[in-house]
Design a protein around this ligand. Structure first.
Ligand code: GLN
Length: 488
């Protein structure tokens, strides 16, 4: 049963061929079997899941099911869930139980989903391999014995969905944390337009970049999840007055003489990517051409500076957002000799190395000596990148680029912080510009591992982004059934 997509499961639930309780049991059993090895959940919620499933079955029986009734999902442990521990994978929040529900998780409740648990991630979503988690890294179910990364920061969700320990789930993408992990686990990861999904109740990393979004096995499934989670929220001042309502299956935007101009970013041409990524990317572009797409070269002149700008802006915002963890109101507290000593001891013990590094960088770039030369300069680069995307979208409708340079790397790869940061090269610019971008499985590399590529669109053109992603998905034909990936 765990090989079903959301689309297929909904059909079977509606026809009452399966019940939500049966479906939930199938996932809970699998979590029981493989959850500890994969380390994809920080907290599992089996009782809540079975209660949710029973409520779904009652609604199906009464003939008034909700849009995603009975669909068992994983929630990234960055979304506050009332009465359920929410840790952000940090020792600081190890025992934090929120009194309130984030808007996104509430919307999933309202859509009838079943909550299986809270998925592992990088501490405060800062990282690329989910290795900065206080709870240890989740594992990629592809070639599991090799202990590869499932990516980060939403690596717990991708590990869970790829292994059949959830049918779909949520991520957040500040600089690539939905798209990168999806690309190396054979999944679809959609970073919507900034503001499409509310950030309210989602533990803040960098507020002007943080973007909640769905992770699923197919584009249609991701569209279903995004339809549930998007929408204006008066509690988030940056929430857009727009929604996303997909009619699935998403309809084709190519073929039958339909015209579409697809842009390829010139500046990325010289960036080194694996031969597999190059071959697969070129093959998918050729496929789209065969359907009638016009492929044009576009320029985003400052896109290679996006990384530098991101690693100034994101830490700056993080240093401000994380100032609230002072041991006074909630979270960890380590008593010291006086107030200042308590702050110091609490923050030294509560935050891991990478989070501390970000706060130090952020505080430095915001200091009066550095503010003009670093922070303001980065803000200007950000504006230029956003303007360049606008200009590029005068010449094309959608843009294609790789999601990462290569396939999943071993968790024990010994990279320096800067080498980790460099892995975000293909993803951060879209966050700086606030545009929607979807990573979709594009093919399988020689080593048997999946590779993803990105479709990028104009702000609020999320639907077409996903429609083009679906064409790529169909050409690629990557088999991501969990029993196939795990061999069990
Ligand atoms: N890898 C990036 C970082 O470490 C992106 C993280 C994210 O999108 N949450 O900041």
């Amino acid at each position: 049963m765990i090989d079903l997509t959301i689309t297929e499961a909904l059909e079977k639930l509606k026809s009452r061929e399966i019940s939500a309780t049966e479906l939930t049991h199938a996932y809970l059993e699998r979590i029981e079997k493989y959850g500890a090895d994969l380390n994809c959940y920080i907290t599992t919620t089996p009782e809540r899941a079975l209660a949710d499933a029973a409520a779904s079955d009652a609604r199906y029986a009464a003939g008034n099911p909700l849009p995603l009734d009975g669909i068992p999902i994983a929630m990234k442990d960055l979304f506050a869930t009332r009465g359920i521990r929410t840790t952000a994978a940090s020792r600081m929040l190890e025992n934090f139980v929120p009194q309130y529900e984030s808007t996104v998780s509430q919307k999933f409740i309202d859509a009838g989903t079943v909550l299986l648990g809270k998925a592992n991630l990088d501490e405060f979503a800062m990282g690329t391999f989910s290795k900065t988690s206080f709870f240890g890294a989740p594992i990629n179910p592809w070639q599991m014995e090799r202990k590869l990364t499932a990516g980060g920061s939403s690596g717990g969700t991708t590990s869970a969905v790829a292994s059949g320990l959830a049918i779909g789930g949520t991520g957040t993408d500040t600089g690539g944390s939905i798209r990168f992990p999806a690309s190396i686990t054979g999944l679809v990861g959609m970073k919507p337009t900034y503001g499409l999904c509310s950030r309210w109740g989602c533990v803040a990393f960098a507020s002007s970049l943080d973007t909640p979004g769905p992770i699923a096995r197919t584009v249609d499934d991701a569209a279903l999840l995004l339809s549930a989670m998007a929408g204006h929220d008066p509690k988030d001042s940056t929430s857009a007055d727009a929604g996303f309502h997909a009619h699935t299956p998403l309809s084709p935007i190519l073929g039958d003489g339909k015209k579409l101009r697809i842009g390829i970013i010139k500046e990325f041409a010289d960036v080194e990517i694996s031969p597999d990524m190059k071959r697969i990317f070129d093959a998918r572009v050729a496929d789209l051409k065969s359907l009638g797409a016009d492929v044009v070269e576009v320029s985003i002149p400052n896109i290679l500076d996006a990384l530098a700008a991101y690693y100034i802006i994101a830490p700056a915002e993080a240093s401000s957002n994380l100032a609230r963890y002072d041991g006074m109101r909630y979270g960890l507290r380590v008593d010291g000799t006086d107030l200042i000593d308590t702050y110091k001891k609490t923050r030294a013990a509560g935050f891991g190395t990478e989070v501390q590094r970000r706060m130090i960088i952020g505080t430095a770039v915001l200091s009066s000596e550095s503010y003009e030369v670093y922070f303001m300069q980065a803000a200007r680069v950000r504006r230029m990148i956003a303007d360049s995307f606008n200009a590029a979208f005068e010449q094309c409708d959608l843009i294609l680029c790789p999601a990462g340079a290569g396939t999943a790397m071993p968790l024990d790869s010994d990279l320096t912080p800067l080498e980790y940061y460099a892995l975000d090269l293909f993803t951060v610019a879209m966050n700086l510009a606030g545009v929607p971008a979807c990573s979709v499985p594009a093919g399988i590399a020689e080593n048997g591992l999946p590779l993803g590529m990105q479709v990028v669109g104009r702000r609020f053109d999320d639907m077409r982004v996903m429609q083009l992603a679906k064409h790529i998905e169909q050409f690629a034909g990557v088999d991501n059934r969990p029993t196939k990936i795990m061999g069990k």
